[in-house]
Design a protein around this ligand. Structure first.
Ligand code: SF4
Ligand code: SF4
Ligand SMILES: [Zn+2]
Length: 480
């Protein structure tokens, strides 16, 4: 065992800030921490220390300071959100939850949503939340309306309109798609209100997958949402939750489906399961970023390789990975990014770059900002030789033409839970949930729940609290 780093973490039972070490054993990276009251906890971080270090070597970002601090630094991360003066990064995406009700009852749900015991924030409260985003973060302002399931609210179109009147730059909708698929009038109202993009829960291309999580067959519903968005010119990002023994075997098929639906589908954002809120008993489904990338490489038969994924320009090198691709007419991928070329010096800070990405590449084709390949190349400053114009039939001009409409951004984010928590990641986070009383809480902190099922920030009726069982070293090894 070789210790390679220390980290700030928390106790999975009492949330107390505690120190952790990261160490390497048999080529794998683990985190280990000890609470004086609750014992030792160990968690697998990466199956391959070489890939872990390669991601760190690549990661080089500028950061924009938050525009405003709304709390004081008193007790240390994660107890002072926020943002407190120790926070190091401005907001790139503000998440505004307009309900905690949801009609799906998923087995995995970090928000523990259900149809019970809820009262939605009223319009005045949502107005204040939007105004806080406008006032306390730098322009442009990107908001994701989330929940719960936001389309359970009949007044969602008015909420979207209000957001634009307040001057928010970009408003996207996080949804399971059920109402959009079945209610054309409602969808038309959302479009007229000015929704900019749909962030669609999309765990697979077979009903088996959806049935396992929800007890419902949902694939046709997802396909219908994409059909409606295509007609309306609204861009869609597919968002698969990924877990072992659930849908890890289907990531290649998800990408194939996405590539056959560009330019309406603008991105696929894989979210490996994390153990906050409601999850099935036993915690055997965890998937590290590298495991996901290995599966993408295998299941796309090497069209997309692990090395095509570079660290997402987010909080740290270990929050996520991204691969930008072009999709050829036959649905195959031309990856535009490659980690072997080293870090690209960033012309913009992280928050700005991410906002540009959300507002440009993830918008619908008819509303998309003109985004030429040359523009992207200036940002990336590199395209793998084997991936450049020589692979597309008509050379450079065709390549540029294709780049206008056939981008697909494939990304993943490893959200944290009490087992994997690292202070350095949350204090640099740019994805912030807006609370009803007007604070900004980094997404991973907002959703943290401990071994007893209690959230640190999210308010939840006690009837919905479920117990999270500790992950022992033995359980970790079983996942390796
Ligand atoms: S996550 Fe940011 S805002 Fe929250 S306590 Fe840590 S530094 Fe402060
Ligand atoms: S939400 Fe969590 S995983 Fe994503 S950037 Fe923030 S700290 Fe990292
Ligand atoms: Zn403890």
């Amino acid at each position: 065992m070789e210790q390679i780093e220390t980290a700030g973490s928390i106790c999975p039972e009492c949330f107390r800030p505690i120190k952790a070490i990261k160490y390497v054993e048999n080529g794998k990276v683990y985190m280990k921490k000890e609470c004086g009251d609750h014992g030792i906890f160990t968690n697998l971080v990466s199956k391959d220390v070489d890939h872990y270090r390669q991601m760190e070597d690549f990661f080089e970002v500028d950061r924009a300071k938050p525009k405003s601090y709304l709390t004081d630094t008193e007790k240390n991360c994660p107890l002072d959100c926020g943002l407190c003066p120790s926070h190091k990064q401005d907001t790139c995406l503000a998440v505004v939850e307009v309900t905690d009700r949801c009609d799906m009852g998923c087995a995995y749900c970090f928000a523990s949503s259900s149809m019970d015991d809820s009262s939605d924030p009223d319009m005045d409260t949502i107005r204040r939340m939007f105004e806080t985003v406008k006032k306390c973060s730098n322009d442009p302002t990107c908001v994701q309306i989330s929940g719960g399931e936001p389309t359970l609210r009949d007044d969602l179109p008015e909420i979207i309109k209000m957001g634009h009147e307040i001057g928010l730059s970009h408003i996207e909708l996080n949804t399971n798609g059920s109402r959009i698929a079945s209610d054309q009038d409602y969808f038309d109202e959302i479009v007229s209100a000015g929704i900019d993009a749909i962030y669609l829960g999309f765990d697979g291309v077979s009903d088996d997958v959806y049935f396992q999580r929800t007890g419902k067959k949902l694939f046709d519903i997802k396909a219908e949402v994409i059909n409606k968005c295509e007609k309306a010119g609204i861009g869609v990002v597919l968002v698969p939750l990924v877990a072992k023994d659930y849908n890890l075997h289907e990531v290649g098929k998800i990408l194939k489906f996405a590539s056959s639906n560009v330019p309406t589908v603008r991105g696929v954002h894989f979210q490996p399961v994390f153990f906050s809120g409601r999850s099935p008993p036993g915690k055997d489904g965890r998937v590290t970023i590298l495991e996901l990338l290995n599966n993408i490489e295998d299941q796309t038969e090497g069209q997309l390789k692990v090395g095509n994924f570079t660290p997402a320009l987010m909080a740290t090198a270990h929050c996520g990975a991204t691969c930008m691709t072009l999709v050829e007419d036959d649905g195959s991928f031309i990856p535009l990014t490659n980690i072997s070329q080293g870090s690209s010096s960033s012309a913009f800070d992280v928050a700005n770059k991410t906002k540009k990405s959300i507002m440009g590449r993830w918008k619908g084709s008819s509303k998309k900002e003109s985004s030429s390949c040359c523009g992207e190349l200036t940002t990336l400053q590199k395209v793998p030789q084997e991936s450049s114009c020589c692979r597309s039939s008509g050379g450079w001009a065709d390549f540029i033409e294709m780049s206008k409409n056939r981008y697909l951004t494939i990304s993943t984010m490893a959200f944290q839970d009490v087992w994997s928590y690292e202070k350095e990641r949350v204090e640099n986070c740019c994805i912030h949930v807006v609370t009803q009383d007007g604070r900004f809480v980094p997404f991973c902190n907002y959703n943290l729940s401990n071994c007893n099922g209690e959230y640190l920030y999210r308010e939840l009726p006690s009837s919905r609290i479920e117990v999270n069982r500790p992950v022992s070293k033995i359980e970790v090894e079983r996942n390796v």
